[in-house]
Design a protein around this ligand. Structure first.
Ligand code: HEM
Ligand code: CU
Length: 581
């Protein structure tokens, strides 16, 4: 890579008016903000929905407007919004957009116009989804897995317009994710600046890069699944609908396979977990390294673990279908592959801990969130080992043990990283530090609160409390004390939810009144902290793109005067060469 970097002399798309600068912007940083704000807004809707569900479970009967149908609709919308419209959108569209060009030393994404379209398609998908709250019959209550036949049959809440809008919205989201994703992958491959080899990329970029490849391969499965179900629902096709009697009527459908949908859904659904987790892995690695002033332990293994986890995530999907009545040999195969994935995952956890070991640890707010992630992800991962085994999964399936497991591993953990990442990069985005005292409050309430919510749920699962139920009276096997725990969980959930308003207010307040951050407040090495302006202006780098001489983990290198060496710092006599790069 000695010739001029790809984007060095490329003309930039210059905005000509307020509208093209801030609204129909093609600047990756503006698009990142648009994606993030939209995702946070729709995430707040999902948060309020979780409150309503918890109020019903903690105090059954008190809130008469939450009837069983409403409860199903809340469960469905909450789950879908959290997984797709918040987490996927914020990691790829938000962090991906902001970090990739800055971290690879580019002026922008490779296809800025398509990038802009990606955001608008995403916004449209969110609006279509939210519109289903207002149609007759309300949003779909099929559960976030949308299993047919019940998803589209009368009797399921929202089987009229609700499910149709949900499927259309998902299709739109996938169009958006594809337009964004092609950009992220191409930009990483094509637009890295001089000297920036793949093995010198920050792990954040690796995580987002690999997650995007997973998204490009997994989302098409959901796309065809959604379109086929639309055909079943609107045109009387029978892809997923067997010959069926519904409410005493023989329906026209025949010959379809509901289990086929489960395969298609989970062929997407399991990689989806890693579409969210891999960016989180990468971001946590960079935050831990920076705030422990140590190079990340085992960089190459960390990269390979990301790649291997990504590949393996495509051959484990049927561990979500152990109770679907599949051939036991099939279950055996998927149990084995599932447990194998634990190996590279455990390696990553060891390496985070070893990076912290003897580090010069600074307990900043981003660091607190990152360490909390390692803890909650380990807990969630351990219960995953239980559920990955067919024989243990069978009794636990569809209980609160599962709710606890997946919330720890893909609800709480990635959200902690989203917060860590925002506290870490907010100064680059705005030139201001987020208020530290509020940050600490936000962190401790959130971290302790989530454990208070989800730890007791494991126990409730063991005593057999089923998930997706509107009320639990009249089940003799559930001990009465379970209700006390449910009240406790609900109160904790309200507290955690309230704590998020501290964060929102902090984002707003600090933007106006925060301490000036300067360009590199954490004394970090990677390129985004070396921009000539903070916040970086259009085109990011001024006339010359940076040149990279080293990996991004040169912290506390012996024999140097500062405790960090930026990636674009040329090697000189008094500094020893980096070992890995
Ligand atoms: C304070 C935060 C949260 C609370 C209190 C909460 C609460 C709940 C509740 C009460 C349910 C319904 C359980 C049932 O009846 O089966 C649920 C389901 C679910 N939640 Fe959350 N949740 C939170 C955050 C999240 C996050 C961040 C995610 C992101 C992955 C998430 C993903 C899901 C999913 C996928 C379901 C399953 C939906 C279904 O069964 O169809 N939740 N949550
Ligand atoms: Cu899975």
């Amino acid at each position: 890579m000695t010739e001029a970097a790809y984007q060095e002399n490329l003309p930039l798309h210059e905005p000509h008016s307020w509208w093209t600068r801030y609204v129909f912007s093609q600047d990756h940083k503006v698009i990142a903000i648009q994606y993030t704000l939209t995702a946070v807004a729709v995430g707040m809707v999902a948060l309020v929905m979780s409150w309503l569900m918890r109020l019903q479970i903690g105090f059954p009967g008190t809130f008469s407007f939450i009837d069983p149908s409403t409860y199903y609709q809340l469960v469905t919308m909450h789950g879908m919004i959290m997984v797709i419209y918040l987490l996927t959108a914020i990691f790829l569209g938000g962090f991906g957009n902001f970090l990739i060009p800055l971290m690879v030393g580019a002026r922008d994404m490779v296809f800025p116009f398509v990038n802009m379209l990606s955001y608008w398609a995403y916004l449209l998908s969110v609006l279509v989804l939210l519109s289903s709250l207002f149609v007759p019959g309300g949003p779909t209550g099929a559960g976030w897995t949308l299993y047919p036949p019940q998803a589209i049959l009368p009797g399921t809440p929202g089987s009229g317009a609700g499910i149709v809008l949900m499927l259309i919205s998902l299709a739109l989201f996938i169009v958006a994710a594809t337009m964004g994703g092609l950009n992220y992958v191409t930009t990483v491959i094509q637009a890295r600046t001089r000297g920036l080899t793949m093995m010198r990329l920050p792990l954040s970029v690796w995580g987002i890069f690999m997650a995007t490849i997973l998204a490009l391969l997994a989302f098409p499965a959901l796309f065809v699944g959604a379109i086929m179900m639309l055909f079943d629902r609107l045109l009387g096709a029978s892809f997923f609908m067997p010959a069926i009697v519904s409410m005493g009527q023989h329906l026209d459908h025949q010959g379809g396979s509901p289990v086929l949908f489960q395969h298609i859904f989970w062929f997407f659904g399991h990689p989806e977990v890693y579409i969210v987790a891999l960016p989180a892995f990468g971001i946590v690695s960079d935050i831990i390294s920076t705030h422990a002033r140590k190079n990340i332990f085992g960089y190459r293994i960390m990269v390979w673990a990301i790649v291997i986890i990504g590949v393996l995530s495509f051959i484990v999907w049927a561990h979500h279908m152990y109770v679907s009545g599949m051939n036991p040999y099939f279950g055996f195969f998927f149990a084995i592959t599932t447990l194998i994935i634990a190996v590279p995952t455990a390696i990553k956890v060891y390496n985070w801990v070893l990076t912290l070991w003897h580090g010069n640890i600074r307990l900043t707010v981003p660091m607190l969130f990152s360490i909390a992630f390692v803890s909650s992800f380990t807990i969630g991962g351990l219960t995953g080992l239980f559920l990955g085994n067919v024989v243990i999964d069978l009794p636990l399936s569809d209980t609160y043990f599962v709710v606890a497991h997946f919330h720890m591993v893909m609800g709480v953990s990635p959200i902690l990283v989203v917060f860590g990442g925002i506290y870490h990069w907010y100064p680059k985005l705005t030139g201001k530090m987020l208020n530290d005292v509020w940050g600490q409050w936000h962190f401790w309430l959130t971290f302790i609160g989530t454990y208070l919510i989800y730890f007791p749920m494991h126990y409730l699962g063991f005593v057999g409390m089923p998930r997706r139920y509107h009320a639990y009276d009249g089940y003799e096997f559930i001990p009465e004390s379970a209700q006390d725990l449910n009240v406790f969980i609900t109160v904790s959930a309200l507290m955690v939810g309230a704590a998020q308003f501290i964060f929102l207010y902090n984002m707003y307040w600090s933007y106006r009144n925060g301490k000036e951050s300067g360009g590199n407040p954490w004394k970090a090495t990677s390129l985004e902290w070396q921009t000539p302006d903070t916040p970086p202006i259009h085109g990011n780098w001024g006339p010359k793109l940076p040149v990279v001489y080293r990996w991004p983990y040169d912290y506390s290198v012996p024999g140097t005067k500062d405790d960090f060496i930026p990636q674009n710092h040329p090697p000189s006599a008094e500094e020893p060469d980096t070992p890995t790069a």
